[in-house]
Structures are given as structure tokens and as C-alpha cells.
Design a protein around this ligand. Structure first.
Ligand SMILES: [Zn+2]
Length: 437
């Protein structure tokens, strides 16, 4: 194992070796430093196995990991776990994994130990594990979390291994987190293609319920194709999953993603590994990657989070897209290019867009009419609800001031500003309100 206890203090020999190498020492220098610090303890049989407490000895390797071995190469659950772990990480993970894993475990320790959790390397668990995580977190009530940093190739063998690993964790009631290296991320336009293992990991994380409600609302208002900005694709369902990609320094990017499929008039299916990226990916610095909210048992990035800016720009993009699709010149070009599909297209999407566009134009250009006062009353209700809601952020406060100005202006000249309509729509979404007047 890479870790042994020296007077109950864990010594991670591989981490120390890497640390020295990072400082620019040659292998000979690293070896002589580690020898002079630890060799005598090793000879005196002072190092103890952190799993079974028997004496262990220092082994320094230039081309492989350095580690501690038991006397006469005997084994305990810890050493067996360690062997399995090393076999798989050496086989599948790349060089980044070793450094990244150390950063991850350090950060988890720093963030979770104050909450009473014990954070250990996965192979240190005192029972045999078929699949060994990079890191295990044991909470005082015996709840267990696992963390794995995935840098490996997309080879079939590895994919199968990872999927089996996820299943095993799940069966053992372990709450598991898989963080994928940035190199594995494949983005095409506003979509993300995931490997089978990345896909399997989605079921381990809680879905983003808040964004699911927003998405449902957006699909109802604008249609699948406006949401996706693509006529050839559809959302396969309205589930919003989350996936985290990280650098080896554990700066993360969190994506909200939804499974997509071909539109019904397309005969050819796409692999069910394509996901639409909903809204804006969220950058998460390594300092906050592992910050934990003990009361709700969630990492900070797992908490519901609707940013008004993000929502506004997302809605604006959709409206722009619908307007672009409704330009008469483009309609002509479109019919010429796509004659084969045109009939079905018209049934499925085109008419819907035009109708939708008509509707939006009508709603946004309201001037004084008998029901306008009723509409403004409704707007005021939305604004009051927003002020009392947890979503009332500084961004919404800004919008609120604008709405109040617009309503004053309406009282003077009877014209409802587009800005007011847009801002109200933005508030309706998190509040789950819909105008029925
Ligand atoms: Zn042992």
C-alpha cells in the first residue's frame, strides 16, 4: 500500500515521492531523501499496516509506485484491495490520475473532516472490495460516499469495468461520485456526447428538479426545436441530469444535460449518447468543489441553483431563433433546400413556429385594450410573489425596478413595454406561475 502508519500518523510514500519530483529532484535524490527519512523506521519494523496493523516495509521504485509491503508478503483485506486498485488504475487510467487523485483526497479531507467524516484512500477499507474507489468517506452514522476521478480511455473493457463498479457501489448503498477528466469531454455545438460509463454515472447523481420544471415550461412555451435550436432534433424526455468534468487540479465544469433523439420525420436514429447542454455550464473552482452542506447532505454544487442571467440569455436565444426561422426569405430558401421533407416539416414544426411567432408578437405588442388592466394586475401579483420568494436575487431586484418604471409608464401612456413582458416571463418560470388572464 502507498500508505502506512508511523505512530498512528499516515505516511503516503507515493505522494511524498511525487511531491519531491514536482520540486525538481532527480530520482536518485528523491530516493536518498526518502531513504534517510524512513529507512531506519522500516528496518525497526515500526511502520504499521493501516488496515491490519502488522509491520510493513518500505519499497521504493523508480518506474512503479512506491509502497509498503507486509512481512513475507502476507496479505490482509487492505493489501488485496490495494493490488486490485493498482491493477486497474495502472491498466486504465493515465498519468494525470495519480496527481489528480491526491489533490482530490486532500481537498475532501480538508472539507469533510470538520463535518466529522473520515476520508481515506479506497483501498484502506478493512474489508475486501471487488471494486476499489479512489477515495472513501465514512460518516459518523456509517453512511458511505465514494469518489472516483476518471481519466481513462474509452476502451470497451474500461467502460464495462466502470459500469460494473457503479452497479456494485449502488448495491452496497454507497453514494458514489464520478468526476470525469476534461480530456474525456466531447462537445459538438450545444450538445455533449457521452461514453457508456459517463451515461451510467448520470443515474448516480440526483436530477436537477428545478431545471426540469423550467425546461418543461420552456418546451411548452417555445417548442422542442426552439429549445434545441435545431429542427432535426428533439428532447427524448424532460429529465435534467448533471455531469461534472474536472481538470487535474480539480477545477470543475458542471453541465446540465438532457437526452436528445432525432425528430420524428427523420428515419435515422442517433446513438442514445447525445445530450443537449441546457443553459450555461457552471465553472467550479477547486476551493469550492468539495464544500459541503451537512444539513442537507449535499456538496455545494448539488444545491438547486437558478441564475436569472442564465435564464434570460437562454430565453432570449430561443426567441431570437424563432424570429430568425420566421423571416420570409429564409422560409423560401428553406422550402427549396428541403423539398423532400417540406410537407412533414410543415406539419411538425414550421406551422407551429409561425403560429407561435404570431402568438408571441400578439402578446408582446399589447396596447391598451379592455383586458390590459387585468394583465397589469397579474404582473403586479407576479412581482409581489417574486419579492417574497427565495429567488429574489440582486439580478431580479434590478428587473423589479425596471418593471416598476414600466408600469408607471403604462399608467401614463397605456403602452405595455416589451421589456416588462419579458421580465415578467422570466419571473414566472422559477415561480411556476402562468398567466391565465
Ligand atoms: Zn495489512
Amino acid at each position: 500500500m502507498e500508505i502506512a502508519l508511523l505512530r498512528n500518523e499516515p505516511i503516503n510514500i507515493e505522494a511524498e515521492r511525487r511531491h519531491l519530483e514536482d520540486e525538481g529532484y532527480s530520482w536518485t535524490e528523491v530516493k536518498s531523501q526518502l531513504e534517510s527519512t524512513y529507512r531506519e523506521y522500516s528496518k525497526k519494523e515500526i511502520f504499521r499496516c493501516s488496515c491490519c496493523n502488522s509491520p510493513t516495509f518500505l519499497v521504493l521504485n523508480e518506474d512503479r509506485s512506491s509502497y509498503f509491503r507486509h512481512k513475507n508478503n502476507t496479505e490482509c483485506a487492505g493489501t488485496r484491495n490495494y493490488k486490485r486498485y493498482v491493477e486497474h488504475t495502472n491498466r486504465f487510467e493515465n498519468a494525470k490520475h495519480k496527481t489528480g487523485k491526491i489533490v482530490m483526497i486532500d481537498q475532501l479531507k480538508a472539507n469533510l473532516t470538520p463535518h466529522g467524516a473520515s476520508v481515506i484512500a479506497g483501498y484502506m477499507l478493512k474489508q475486501d472490495l471487488k471494486f476499489v474507489p479512489d477515495c472513501i468517506i465514512i460518516w459518523p452514522d456509517n453512511e458511505i460516499y465514494s469518489f472516483d476521478y476518471i481519466t481513462g480511455t474509452k476502451s470497451k473493457a474500461y467502460q464495462t469495468y466502470l459500469i460494473n463498479k457503479m452497479q456494485a457501489y449502488n448495491e452496497h448503498g454507497i453514494k458514489s461520485y464520478f468526476l470525469f477528466d476534461n480530456d474525456l469531454r466531447t462537445i459538438h455545438g450545444n450538445t455533449l456526447a457521452v461514453s457508456h460509463a459517463e451515461k451510467a454515472s448520470l443515474t448516480l447523481h440526483e436530477r436537477d428538479k428545478e431545471w426540469e420544471e423550467i425546461l418543461t415550461d420552456l418546451v411548452t412555451r417555445y417548442g422542442h426545436d426552439a429549445v434545441l435550436q435545431n429542427m432535426n432534433l428533439e428532447l427524448a424526455d424532460l429529465n435534467v441530469n448533471r455531469i461534472m468534468y474536472v481538470s487535474e487540479n480539480f477545477d470543475g465544469t458542471l453541465y446540465k444535460i438532457c437526452l436528445i433523439k432525432s425528430a420524428p420525420y427523420y428515419n435515422r436514429e442517433i446513438p442514445d449518447q447525445w445530450y443537449f447542454i441546457l443553459g450555461k455550464p457552471k465553472g467550479i473552482a477547486f476551493q469550492s468543489m468539495f464544500s459541503f452542506e451537512r444539513e442537507v447532505r449535499k456538496f455545494h454544487w448539488e444545491l438547486p441553483n437558478i441564475e436569472p442571467e442564465e435564464l434570460t440569455s437562454f430565453t432570449a436565444k430561443m426567441e431570437l431563433w424563432i424570429n430568425e426561422q420566421s423571416q420570409p426569405e429564409e422560409q423560401e430558401a428553406f422550402t427549396v433546400d428541403q423539398t423532400a421533407h417540406s410537407e412533414k416539416l410543415q406539419e411538425n414544426t414550421w406551422i407551429k413556429h409561425l403560429n407561435h411567432f404570431k402568438q408571441t408578437t400578439e402578446t408582446t405588442k399589447i396596447t391598451t385594450s379592455p383586458d390590459t388592466s387585468e394583465r397589469i394586475e397579474y404582473y403586479k401579483l407576479v412581482m409581489n410573489r417574486m419579492k417574497e420568494s427565495p429567488y429574489y436575487s440582486p439580478e431580479f431586484q434590478k428587473r423589479m425596478t425596471e418593471c416598476e418604471e414600466d408600469i408607471q409608464r403604462w399608467e401614463l401612456n397605456g403602452i405595455v413595454e416589451d421589456r416588462l413582458v419579458g421580465a415578467i416571463r422570466m419571473m414566472e418560470i422559477p415561480l411556476k406561475l402562468n398567466m391565465k388572464v
